[in-house]
Structures are given as C-alpha cells and as structure tokens.
Write a protein that binds this ligand. Structure first.
Ligand code: F0G
Length: 443
C-alpha cells in the first residue's frame, strides 16, 4: 500500500498528492503514514549499514539513507538534497560529569548544510513541494527555518518566502536567508502570529507551507533518531533530550521511535525529555496538570529560536511523550546560557536553544528523574555561529537579566611581549566550576 496522509484525530485519510497540513473534517494534524506491515522484514540494520559512507545520491544523505522510512515510494531523481545529516555524535565525559550521568552524547544537528536540524526536514518538504508542482514555498520563522528554506528553495529552483519578527532574529540566520535569495519579510508580530499569517497567505495565494505543520518535514526530521541509533550500533540510549519550541522535532522523534519499535529495529523505547525555556513554556505548563488543557502564552526568552507561545505540533508532542513515557522540563535563560558556554568551551559549540538539552538533562538528574547510571543523548539543534550577539554578550557580560558563570573575557594588550606575558601568566585554565557571580558582574 502506498503511503498516505492520515489525520491523527479522526483518522480521515488523504492521498500524498493532496496539498494539506490539517484535516478538512476536524482540523487535526496530519501524519504521513507508511505501510509498516509491508516494510517489516524489508528494512533491516544491514540495509542501512550497507549505505553508510555511500558516495551516491540519495544514500549519501543522512536522511535518505533511511529512504524506506521517510518516503518509500519516492523516485530518487525527484529528491532535493544538499545532502544533509551525517552529523556527529560526540561522546562528552566532562559534560556527562557536569550533568551527573555516566554517559552523555551530544548529537550535533548544527553540522547540517545550513547549520541546523531544519535541513533534514527541508529536504523532505522541498521534495514534496516539487512533486506537487508548487513554484513557491513559505514559512514563518524564528530564524533557522528561514535559512534552511531559503537555501533548499534556491537549490531546488523554487521561490522561497520567509516571514519573521522585525526584531530579535539572530544575525547568522537573517544573513543566511538574505544571502540565499529568499523574499524576506519583516513583520511587527511575534512568531505565533507570523505562523498564522503564513498559513493564510499560502492558502490564498497557492503557496506551499514549509513550517513543521507540514508532515513531510517531520518525516525528514525523524532521521535524527534513526541516525543516532545507528551510530550507537542500534542500541537505544535511555534518554533523548531536546529543546522544545514549535515541537516539530519532539513530534518527529516520537514517530521515529514508534516506527523503529514497530518494525523490530529497536527492542525498547528510550524516554523523551523535552526542555523548554521558562518564558516560553506552554508545553511544560500543560504537562504540569497531565495535559488536561492547553493555553498559549506570550513567549519570552533569550534563546530566540524557541521563543514560541503557541506550538502548532502540541498534540503530536503529547503523543510522543505518551509513546515514550516522556517528561517535560523547563530551564531559565541563565541555565541555558551557562550550559551553552560549557558546550562551546568543549570545542563543540552550539546556538543558545541547544543549551536546553544539557541544562535540562542536568536538572532532570538533580530531580532524580534521569538516573546517574543512564545513557543520555542530548540534541544540539543549531550551530555556534548562528547567534554571535548572544555569545559575545554572554562573555562580555552585557546581556540583560543574566550573568555569565563561565565567561571567557577578551583581553586588551599593549603591543609588547611583556604585556602578553602578564596576560598568559595570570590566565586560569578553563573550568567547569562557575566563577563567583559577583567576581565578574559588570557594575
Ligand atoms: N533549536 C533551534 C536551533 C531551532 O531553530 C528551533 C526551532 C528549535 C530548537 C525548536 O524546535 O520547533 O521543532 O520544537 N526553530 C524554528 C524556526 C521555530 O523558525 O527556525 P521545534
């Protein structure tokens, strides 16, 4: 049976060539559903292992290596791929010790072609756009989606249109969207309003929406879980920890794990931990009362990627949490930035939102939810160069409301050997112990 679009609420089905994101009958979110019975036995560890290191498209992509689980009936010639994925899984003993667990890996999605996990979704979304004969694709974005859409649209010969808030978009992301040639529109509205607008605009003008409400995007993002599991030689960790904004990634992770388990490719399900910023925590709030009801909020956080108050994938994220016996935690901007600084100082580096994964893991260990003997994979969602203003502001201690616990201040020296000698003599080795807060606070 070919793959179909399936409403997660009422079960209504649509063919994959329908331009649809939500159900016409009940408004529920759509999933791309594959015929798992037909795939059972056909997809094996060996099949995916044989393709590792392939030089040929589409299997040179860390998304399309798992083609049967992403879009089984696709003609490989139709795929738009940079290629993406094949990102590193870092073993990080020092950060593990800091978080309080024996084994911590960081899966670095900032190593994708445009510097974030969005590329894994965009290859699926743009491919589908071209199959549907769409000429224009659009998104609302806190930044990374716009960078990825702009690149993939240009690469595939489609017109990209991106809507973003007129303030707070990080420099790295904005410059990418402009450079890749998308139509960039700044709007005096937050991400949540811009997402409504892009959906209205697209249905009125026949444009394809490539936010994570698009189910083909989530199919691509499932490959993060496939790849990290393969990198662990098909042994699942005890926990997968990721930041939560519009909740596309967490939804995709849940579906990926469910399918791997159904297909017998993993023998147990890891638990999912979704970490939100305290000021942008609608999922965390709903989790506190067992998901009885959901209330959007006005979002605020320095991690602008996840400054989202009305996440479109809320129902799918709740489903992912139920499938995986998952948990939701929140962390402060201070905790996010300190965790980022430690990841950066390991030579790995990430953008602010990614700090949630390490900060959240540490908090869940302290709360006794994650046990010290367990294996944790934290997902880093974006590249260190995405948000240079926040990185420099942190180390110079000029950010409002936070104070750097792990600063690496820039020295200024006279052009003499003696001046350089003095600086190097007084320099302390980098440490995982925070500096006294008032020692480095700018008065
Ligand atoms: N981390 C980064 C770096 C992101 O850019 C985003 C989302 C997230 C985490 C959250 O992921 O939405 O799947 O829960 N950025 C979107 C954007 C919203 O427009 O770039 P999510």
């Amino acid at each position: 049976m070919p793959s179909i679009l399936h409403c997660m609420d009422c079960g209504r089905q649509y063919p994959t060539n329908a331009v649809a994101y939500t159900c016409e009958t009940c408004g529920g979110l759509l999933d791309v559903q594959h015929d798992l019975d037909a795939l059972r036995g056909m997809v094996t560890h060996e099949l995916f292992d044989q393709r590792l290191g392939s030089l040929d498209a589409p299997y040179n992509s860390g998304v399309w290596r798992y083609k049967e689980l992403i879009y089984p009936d696709i003609d490989p010639a139709a795929i738009i791929s940079r290629p993406e994925g094949n990102t590193n899984l870092y073993h990080t003993p020092k950060l593990a010790a800091w978080a309080g667990v024996r084994t911590l890996y960081l899966k670095h999605e900032g190593e994708n072609p445009t510097g974030s996990f969005k590329d894994r979704g965009m290859t699926g979304g743009l491919t589908q756009a071209r199959l549907l004969g769409m000429e224009r694709v659009a998104c609302a974005s806190t930044g990374n989606t716009s960078a990825s859409l702009a690149a993939y649209a240009a690469f595939g010969g489609l017109r990209g249109i991106v809507l973003f808030q007129n303030k707070q978009i990080a420099l790295g992301k904005l410059s990418q969207a402009i450079a890749y040639g998308a139509t960039c529109i700044r709007i005096a509205a937050d991400f949540d309003r811009n997402l409504e607008l892009v959906r209205e605009m697209s249905s009125a003008l026949g444009i394809y929406v490539l936010n994570s409400v698009n189910p083909f995007r989530l199919e691509g993002q499932k490959s993060i879980v496939f790849e990290l599991t393969q990198q662990l030689r098909w042994q699942v960790p005890d926990w997968i920890v990721c930041p939560g904004g519009n909740l596309g990634n967490s939804s995709a992770f849940g579906k990926a794990l469910y399918e791997l388990h159904q297909l017998g490719l993993i023998d147990r399900l890891p638990r999912l931990a979704i970490i939100q910023a305290e000021g942008s925590n609608p999922l965390y709030r709903a989790y506190q009362h067992g998901f009885e009801h959901f209330a959007p909020i006005k979002a605020e956080t320095i991690a602008s990627a996840i400054k989202i108050g009305n996440p479109v994938n809320y129902p799918k994220a709740v489903r992912a949490l139920r499938w995986t016996d998952g948990v939701v935690e929140q962390v402060s901007d201070q905790e996010i930035l300190d965790a980022k600084a430690l990841i950066d100082a390991q030579g790995i580096g990430c953008e602010p939102a990614s700090g949630c994964s390490l900060a959240g893991a540490r908090k869940l260990v302290a709360a006794g939810v994650i046990k010290p003997h367990e294996t944790v994979v934290g997902v880093l969602t974006g590249h260190v160069l995405k948000d240079p203003d926040v990185t420099i502001g942190y180390h110079e201690n000029t950010l409002e409301g936070t104070s750097a616990a792990y600063p690496n201040q820039i020295h200024t020296a006279e052009p003499t050997l003696e001046a350089l000698r003095q600086i190097l003599l007084n320099e302390a080795a980098p440490s995982l112990t925070p500096k006294q807060q008032d020692e480095h606070r700018v008065s």
